[in-house]
Design a protein. Structure first.
Length: 101
């Protein structure tokens, strides 16, 4: 049962990471709005800082997305293999019970 609970929390962690990515994408839109405002005010220092923040945020989002893609796929493959082994075990066990073994 603990393994099932662990898998549930793993799925929740992937979902939380997706939520973080979504929030960072919203943050990128705010940065764009701030840059527009800074252009209107001719504030080149802030534009430079916002550009750096944008690059860092994009790099972060891309890294998290690669992480999710890589590890979620491995988790799903592991789940599929685990389910396959469980099904074989159940079928094998059913055959043993039917034959009296």
């Amino acid at each position: 049962m603990d393994k099932i609970a662990g898998l549930d929390t793993l799925e929740h962690r992937f979902n939380r990471l997706r939520t973080i990515v979504d929030n960072k994408r919203v943050h990128l839109k705010w940065i764009e709005e701030d840059v527009r405002q800074c252009f209107q005010e001719n504030d080149m220092v802030s534009i430079t800082q916002l550009a750096a923040e944008r690059r860092q945020t994009i790099a972060f989002v891309e890294a998290i997305e690669r992480f999710i893609d890589k590890w979620e796929l491995r988790w799903q493959e592991s789940e599929a293999a685990s389910n396959w082994v469980s099904e074989i075990s159940v079928q094998h066990g059913a055959g043993n019970r039917a034959s009296g073994v």
